[in-house]
Every structure is written in structure tokens, then in C-alpha cells.
Ligand binder design. Structure first.
Ligand code: ZN
Length: 563
């Protein structure tokens, strides 16, 4: 059976020209190479998955190429280029500061810097996640960065530029990598799909690109996942199911309901969304983005800022034609307010329902509102009602409003928290945002947990091999509904795990349950195991010398200090 290679690795760019979305940086670096204006230290900043390490590698390969093309791309054929592509080049050294952040690690690196390159002109040292270096490690590194040998070039990469100390910043040429646009990601995915013989609906690729949030690596791993889920025919409907993305269709319908002052319909759509297990807060911000996207369609000049697939773009244009700009402005003001108040709200569901009501009354007059609305609704203290926003609309000349459908639901019923009217049996536990019954209670099995856990560990394999193997070492245990235990070996590991697994936790929250927590539990280590686990540098040396006495002699003779 043919081995599956993840797309992020299979289609890793080999030239500046093939790096998606970073053409300016590529051009600047090529220019520097051409003119021989190389700096000794570069700092590549930007969000994860946008090509920082890839560009660093291409840069290292290109400056060492013996026969670069006139476009300043590496030839791919000379001895240096071949050693790069076969992974046996000694001109490039990579250090993941996330897992090697001690002074010892940096000292080892500094030792390496003393050795000039064998083939090629430059030795390139790529330090990934450089903000993770301990301050002692930073200081140990500073001296080398200040006076590097002529052949050494450092490329520091970070997602968090603000954590880099000024003394380092001032010694580096800084490049800011941008998020990759949805359109760029889509066209790259299209390319890959074609090469892989996968047919995709354009809107499906668009959803993947949006979900990836500017990171090509994420886009590719989502793409792989979707293909393994959907097979060789990737459809929009299957993708939104698999990725748990709210269909645009809901927002279109909701906007129609709001525009026609049909708040009952709006409530029913919102309820449908909650019942599908979507998070209420995501819903609000999604609605806000939807309004924003409609607004972008109001003028041809802003049309390019709409980052959706063709079919959906057409829907946006249609809806935009029906919504005047002042309506959009007010709608966005109302949803924005809801977003800001959401966190502090004692009853978020009520807040959202009031927001929908407010939205439904845009462009109408208060005195024409249904009579119930004139009364102060009996809301619990602590909940900010939206009545202020409603009272604002006191301009004269009332416009008649279409009558809301006379459904059996009265406003007061609706203002009651859902729990009182439609309590489901499993809604006993309430989370602090009060939406427990519909959103948070997405149960998941240990099997699903293990599956998502492993999927995550696999996706970071190339980038963070150590962390990945650590995560794959055991199976996470689901000890209660949302509490996960994972064994670790020592207290020091706990700190490391807590630091480096934010993305993992986020992934679990996204895919399983938003209130999931992971506890790192120090497990018992048998004395037998202690022998086989070599932690410190000294442990390692002791182990080696015990296996071969000659090494011990060498160490003594040369007075090596291995600490
Ligand atoms: Zn070459």
C-alpha cells in the first residue's frame, strides 16, 4: 500500500516563487542575495503556518547554491542543493527553541557555530520559536549574535515578536510575515487537489481556507482530513459537516428575517443553530462578519475584500442589493454591542434574543412595536436589557411595520431563559454563561478524544517532533465528562506541557467540547525506568562512559567540561 504523506510535507515549497502569499519577502530576500547584502541575523515574525521556516530553509539553500539562476532561485542540481533536498546538508542547522530552550542547548549551538561549512559559503542556523528561549539562554546567545563568524547566518523565527528582548531585535533584520489570504489559500488548494486527483467544490475549499485562518499549514492539514472524510469528491455540505462550520445559509435566512421584521423567524433560526450544537458566541461574531461581508458588496471597490467562494459571493451580492447601508450600519452596531456584552452577561441567550429583536426592529418606530414591548420585560437583575437601544429610535413619522406572524409564542415566553420552557433531561449542569443546555453539553467519548488527540499529534509531527512523540506515548484518559488526564514523568514536564499544548487544547475545544480541560498527571516512575531515562547531560555522559571506558579517558585527558 502506498504510504500517505501529508500534503504540508509533500507540497512543501522548494523555491521563493512557490511560497504562497509571501512574494514581497521572497523578492526582498532574493534581492539581498543578488546584491550580496546579507545580514548575519534575520528575525522572521508572523503567525504560525505562514511560511517562516519554509522561507528560512529556501534562503539557506539559495545562498549556498553553487549555480543560482538569473532569477536568484537555487538550481536544485548542484552538490549543495542536492545535499539540501536529501536532508544531509551540513550548512543548515535547525533548533526548535520550544523544546530546547536551556542554556545548554544554546551552548551546543554556539559550539557548532565555530565550525565553518564544508560545502557552500554559509552555515545557516534557524532557531524556531525563539521567544521560548530562557533569558539565560538568550544571554548566552547574545555574544555570538554580536560577533558571528563571517560564514554564519542566523534566522530567528517567532510568532511572538513582542517577547523578543530589544538587544536581540536591534541586531536583526526584521521581516514580518502576513497571514495568507483566503483567495491565495484557495488557489493553492485547488492546485494540490488537481495534482491529487480530487475534485472539490470551490465553496468547499473556501470553507477550508477560512477555517485555517491565514495559515497554509493548517489549511493543508484540514484539506487532508477532509479528503480522508469525503473521499475524492469534496462537497461543500460535507465539509461544513466535518469541520463543524455554520452554513452561510443560516445567516442569509436570518438576515432576510431581520430585514422583514420577522423576529419570530429569527428566534427559530437561532434556536435551530443552538440545537445543532453551535456556540452562541461564535454565532454572534459570525453574524457580525456576515453583515460586514454584505457591506463589502455594496461597492465594487470593496468587493475584493469579500473572501468567499463564487457561488456564495453571488448570494452576498443579492442580499446586499436588498439591504441599504444605513440598515447595515445599525445592524452592525447592535451585534457589536452584543458581542462586547456577551462575556459579562448573566444570560447570554436572552441577550442574543434581545439583539435579534432589536435587529428586527431596525427602521421601525417604537410606538408601532407590539404592545408587550412597551412594558419593561421582567428580566432578572444583572442582565442589561437592550431597551436603551430601542428607545433611541424616537424619530417622528412612524413607518408601518409588517405584522409579525401571530404565532403562539408571546414575547414574555421568549424572554424566559430557555431552560424553563424546554428543559431537556441532561441540562442539569449549567456553565457560567448559562448556555449549558444547548451548547456546552456536547458529549464525547474517550474514543473520539483519543482520535482527536492523535490527529493533532500527527499534524505537529514535522514541526514539533518531540512534543508529538510525547503526546503519542500514552493514550489520554477521560476521567469525567470533560476532564482529561494525561501521564507525564515529572513536575518539570508539567510546566513544559502546559506551555506547549495551548494549540492542542484549542483543537480539543474546537472539535470536542469547549469546556474540556486537560490535567497533566505525574505518573509513578519505576526505578528500572529511571535507569533507562537519561535526563541531564551528566546522565548521558555517564551512560556513554559506562558503555565505553575509552571515552571516559578522552574526557579526562582533554579536560573536557561537560556539566
Ligand atoms: Zn544549486
Amino acid at each position: 500500500m502506498e504510504q500517505f504523506v501529508v500534503s504540508a510535507i509533500k507540497y512543501r515549497p522548494l523555491s521563493f516563487a512557490s511560497v504562497v502569499g509571501q512574494s514581497t519577502i521572497g523578492a526582498t530576500l532574493k534581492n539581498a542575495i543578488q546584491r550580496g547584502h546579507l545580514s548575519h541575523a534575520y528575525l522572521f515574525c508572523g503567525p504560525r503556518g505562514v511560511g517562516k521556516t519554509t522561507c528560512a530553509r529556501i534562503f539557506a539553500k539559495t545562498i549556498n547554491c553553487l549555480n543560482p539562476g538569473s532569477d536568484m532561485e537555487s538550481c536544485g542540481e548542484c552538490e549543495s542543493c542536492r545535499s539540501f533536498s536529501e536532508g544531509r546538508s551540513y550548512c543548515i542547522h535547525e533548533l526548535d527553541a520550544a523544546s530546547n530552550n536551556s542554556v545548554d542547548d544554546i551552548r551546543t549551538l554556539v559550539e557548532q557555530v565555530r565550525v565553518p561549512p564544508q560545502i557552500g559559503k554559509y552555515s545557516v542556523y534557524i532557531i524556531d520559536e525563539v521567544h521560548m528561549l530562557s533569558s539565560a539562554a538568550f544571554n548566552a546567545f547574545l555574544k555570538t549574535l554580536e560577533e558571528p563568524p563571517s560564514y554564519a547566518i542566523f534566522i530567528l523565527a517567532t510568532t511572538e515578536k513582542h517577547k523578543i528582548i530589544p538587544t536581540i531585535l536591534s541586531r536583526c533584520q526584521i521581516y514580518d510575515f502576513n497571514r495568507i489570504t483566503v483567495n491565495d489559500i484557495v488557489s493553492h488548494l485547488k492546485d494540490i487537489a488537481q495534482k491529487e486527483g480530487v475534485t472539490c467544490e470551490p465553496d468547499a475549499l473556501n470553507i477550508i481556507a477560512r477555517k485555517a485562518d491565514g495559515a497554509m499549514r493548517d489549511a493543508l492539514s484540514i484539506f487532508d482530513r477532509v479528503v480522508s472524510f469525503c473521499g475524492n469528491n469534496v462537497k461543500y455540505s460535507a465539509v461544513i459537516d466535518d469541520l463543524n462550520v455554520l452554513d452561510y445559509e443560516y445567516y442569509f435566512r436570518l438576515t432576510d428575517a431581520i430585514r422583514t421584521h420577522n423576529y419570530v423567524e429569527a428566534y427559530m433560526i437561532f434556536d435551530e443553530i443552538l440545537k445543532k450544537g453551535f456556540d452562541a458566541q461564535h454565532f454572534v461574531s459570525g453574524l457580525n462578519s456576515h453583515f460586514r461581508d454584505i457591506l463589502m458588496c455594496k461597492d465594487v471597490r470593496t468587493l475584493s475584500l469579500l473572501e468567499v467562494g463564487e457561488v456564495i459571493a453571488e448570494r452576498y451580492r443579492q442580499q446586499a442589493a436588498e439591504c441599504p447601508v444605513d440598515f447595515m450600519l445599525e445592524a452592525m452596531n447592535i451585534t457589536n454591542k452584543c458581542e462586547t456584552e456577551y462575556k459579562s452577561s448573566g444570560n447570554p441567550r436572552l441577550l442574543i434574543e434581545l439583539t435579534l429583536l432589536n435587529l428586527s426592529y431596525i427602521g421601525t418606530e417604537k410606538k408601532n412595536s407590539p404592545p408587550e414591548y412597551g412594558e419593561q420585560p421582567a428580566v432578572k437583575p444583572g442582565i442589561k436589557t437592550e431597551s436603551a437601544a430601542v428607545q433611541k429610535k424616537t424619530e417622528p413619522e412612524p413607518a408601518p411595520i409588517p405584522e409579525a406572524p401571530k404565532s403562539a409564542i408571546s414575547l414574555k415566553d421568549m424572554l424566559k431563559p430557555k431552560t424553563e420552557t424546554e428543559t431537556k433531561p441532561e441540562t442539569e449542569t449549567k456553565t457560567e454563561d448559562g448556555l449549558a443546555e444547548t451548547v456546552e453539553e456536547k458529549a464525547f467519548t474517550e474514543e473520539k478524544l483519543v482520535q482527536e488527540w492523535k490527529a493533532y499529534a500527527e499534524t505537529i509531527k514535522a514541526r514539533q517532533p518531540r512534543l508529538s512523540s510525547r503526546l503519542l506515548e500514552y493514550s489520554p484518559k477521560l476521567v469525567s465528562e470533560k476532564l482529561v488526564h494525561y501521564p507525564i514523568i515529572s513536575e518539570q514536564h508539567r510546566e513544559l506541557m502546559e506551555k506547549h499544548t495551548m494549540d492542542l487544547i484549542r483543537h480539543l475545544k474546537d472539535t470536542l467540547n469547549s469546556s474540556i480541560t486537560v490535567e497533566w498527571v505525574v505518573r509513578e516512575v519505576s526505578s528500572e525506568e529511571v535507569k533507562t531515562r537519561l535526563y541531564t547531560q551528566k546522565d548521558k555522559i555517564d551512560y556513554i562512559t559506562s558503555a565505553n571506558g575509552a571515552i571516559d579517558k578522552i574526557i579526562k585527558d582533554l579536560e573536557l567540561d561537560y556539566r
